[in-house]
Design a protein around this ligand. Structure first.
Ligand code: OXD
Ligand code: MN
Length: 593
């Protein structure tokens, strides 16, 4: 169909299943108007202008931040709420002990009650979207019905939104049905419910990205992981990057770090000048869908089309590419606002402004007690803004993964880098991953919790069965990726970070790439293979000594005995679905210590 301005808001699909479902939801929610999004640039301009008129977005300084907008959320609604996130499978055991559960019938009844008439006086936006490159065999279609213009606009950045989704869908009934009602943003009625067996999501009472941009955590991870188990693929909380050597050799790496632990920074890393001719490009910064290919390798796509990244701490040292990424055509949420309509956050380059409005809209000065930007303030930017976007990001076949990296935020115990002995050991490393919690989720910041494969808040079924899926899929991967564990966050006794991190992480990446190609030696230790100082490049790292490297890589038997004890506590929770292979791995780990 040819899109014209006149089509704005009108239904542009002949798919009967879509039309019938939307009609049913309109009957339930009673919006005053229905706007069917088509994803055209003209529509985006019109909806953005409407959001500005309604005060949902504020246009930022066009000279400093062309095409950028500012949004403030309700102060009670600034992060994912894991307590209000449910997996509604028929049996509770299917959801497992790490998920909140309610029977689908009961949850549907509760949410239908909340949604009934909930869009009176409001507009329902019908947002068709495609997760994955067009025509990719791995791509999935979703339709989100939302009464939030902020969500409709953000989905236009984060996904391939509009007509393209209907084209991929054709006459099929295979699409994710997502309903989002803001209600009155009352935390008491906040609920993000997933119905994996119906490929459906209902989210109410929130307007925060991770709870309401339904293509992201809800479809791409929770429902995706469920579908992945049925269909023989992985939906993972992983960035995907390409390391290009001066010779032109390309190595693709996927890495799972928990929320707000630097996935975006790592995916956009700029190698230090010492690594002349080396280049890192980004395929994805948060989610990977991976499937064994016919050639026996594991292929990955990024289902998303944009980045929803944490703003505080972003600067020209931590992530120069991100600074360019968010310098135009970006939505900023919950950062501080200056009088010349510029934005500010803790950790931005340069001095703080003498005065500004904080994320709540209150006057702020450098002597204020509170932070100017919320620690989980976010940018929403299209991936095409990324100066180091890999051309492979649009490849429908995806990229063959050579290394999988797991990593958490750990002040102690975990060395900078080590390699698993084999696939099962690698699954064990992922399954027992621990990390100090961050502001990306409500509550608990700083506490170490087990976050297997960074999927604790995102696995849409029983975690024990998820580990089984990881073990089983190995049979279809003749050339499995090598598995590594990293920790950028180890501290010394004074509480100082031992490793400079950011661009210097290239040194770790280079060792990993060399290991994948059989070029770097490693020493065997009780926990895995580690680089010998000889094979780990510490050149041109002023002031950093071999002794410091040894401190970073040190394996404390006392800490590791405590660590395996914590593995055991977590495993007990997963009994009886825990694969026995992982219990053997734990036994082996203990015997090696
Ligand atoms: C995210 C998260 O927003 O993991 O990506 O919370
Ligand atoms: Mn994430």
């Amino acid at each position: 169909m040819i899109m014209t301005e006149e089509c704005f808001g009108r239904c542009t699909t002949g798919n009967q299943f879509v039309r019938e479902w939307v009609a049913e939801m309109v009957k339930l929610c009673h919006p005053d108007q229905v706007h069917w999004c088509n994803g055209s640039p003209g529509e985006r301009n019109a909806l953005t202008a409407e959001a500005v008129r309604k005060g949902i977005l504020l246009k930022l300084n066009e000279q400093k931040l062309p095409g950028c907008y500012y949004h403030r959320s309700n102060p009670n609604d600034v992060a994912r709420v894991e307590q209000a996130t449910f997996i509604c499978t028929k049996d509770q055991e299917e959801a497992g002990p790490t998920n909140n559960w309610l029977a689908p019938k009961e949850m549907y009844a509760r949410l239908r009650g909340y949604c009934s008439g909930a869009m009176r006086g409001r507009t329902m936006y019908v947002v068709p979207y495609l997760m994955g490159p067009p025509s990719s065999p791995l791509a999935k279609v979703g339709i989100e019905l939302t009464d939030s213009l902020y969500v409709a606009l953000s989905m236009g950045v984060m996904t391939r939104m509009g007509q393209i989704a209907y084209e991929q869908l054709g006459d099929d009934d295979e699409f994710n049905r997502g309903l989002h009602c803001m209600l009155d943003l009352n935390p008491e009625r906040r609920c993000i419910a997933h119905f994996p067996q119906d490929n459906a999501i209902i989210s109410v009472g929130s307007n925060y990205g991770g709870n309401v941009l339904l293509g992201k955590k809800c479809l791409a991870l929770r429902i995706g992981s469920y579908l992945g188990r049925q269909e023989g693929w992985f939906a993972e909380h992983m960035l995907i990057l390409c390391v290009e050597a001066p010779s032109g050799e390309k190595t693709y790496v996927a890495a799972a770090f928990p929320s707000a632990c630097g996935k975006t920074n790592f995916a956009m890393l700029i190698p230090p000048t010492h690594f002349k001719g080396w280049k890192v490009t980004t395929i994805g910064d948060d989610i990977a869908w991976m499937k064994p290919g016919t050639d026996g390798r594991l292929y990955a796509i990024n289902p998303e089309a944009g980045y929803f990244g944490v703003v505080p701490g972003t600067n020209s040292k931590s992530n120069p590419n991100a600074m360019q990424l968010i310098s135009h055509d970006t939505i900023y949420t919950n950062v501080a606002l200056t009088s010349d309509l510029d934005v500010w956050w803790e950790g931005k380059d340069g001095p703080p402004p003498d005065e500004c409005l904080d994320w709540k809209g209150e006057p702020w000065t450098p002597s204020s007690k509170n932070k100017a930007a919320h620690p989980n303030s976010r940018f929403t930017a299209p991936m095409t803004n990324n100066p180091v976007l890999a051309s492979e990001a649009n490849d429908p076949q995806g990229v063959p993964i050579s290394a999988i990296i797991f990593g958490g935020r750990r002040s102690d115990t975990m060395p900078l880098v080590y390699q698993a002995f084999d696939w099962i050991h690698g699954v064990y490393l992922g399954a027992t991953m621990g990390s100090e919690m961050t502001a990306a989720a409500v509550g608990g910041a700083g506490q170490v919790r087990r976050d297997p494969m960074a999927m604790l808040p995102f696995c849409g079924y029983n975690m024990g069965d998820y580990f089984r899926h990881w073990i089983n899929l190995h049979r279809l991967i003749k050339h499995p990726p090598r598995v590594f564990h990293v920790n950028w966050f180890r501290k010394d006794k004074r509480g100082e970070f031992l490793w400079p991190g950011f661009g210097e992480n290239m040194r770790v990446l280079k060792w990993i790439v060399d290991r994948c190609h059989g070029r770097a030696e490693a020493n065997e230790t009780p926990i895995g293979w580690v680089p010998s100082p000889k094979t780990f490049d510490l050149n041109e790292l002023p002031g950093f000594t071999v002794e410091q490297f040894e401190q970073l890589q040190a394996i404390s038997h006392e800490e590791w005995h405590r660590e395996v004890q914590l593995h055991d506590e977590f495993f007990l929770k997963l009994h009886p679905h825990l694969p026995k292979e992982l219990i053997f791995e734990r036994e082996l780990q203990i015997s090696r210590l």
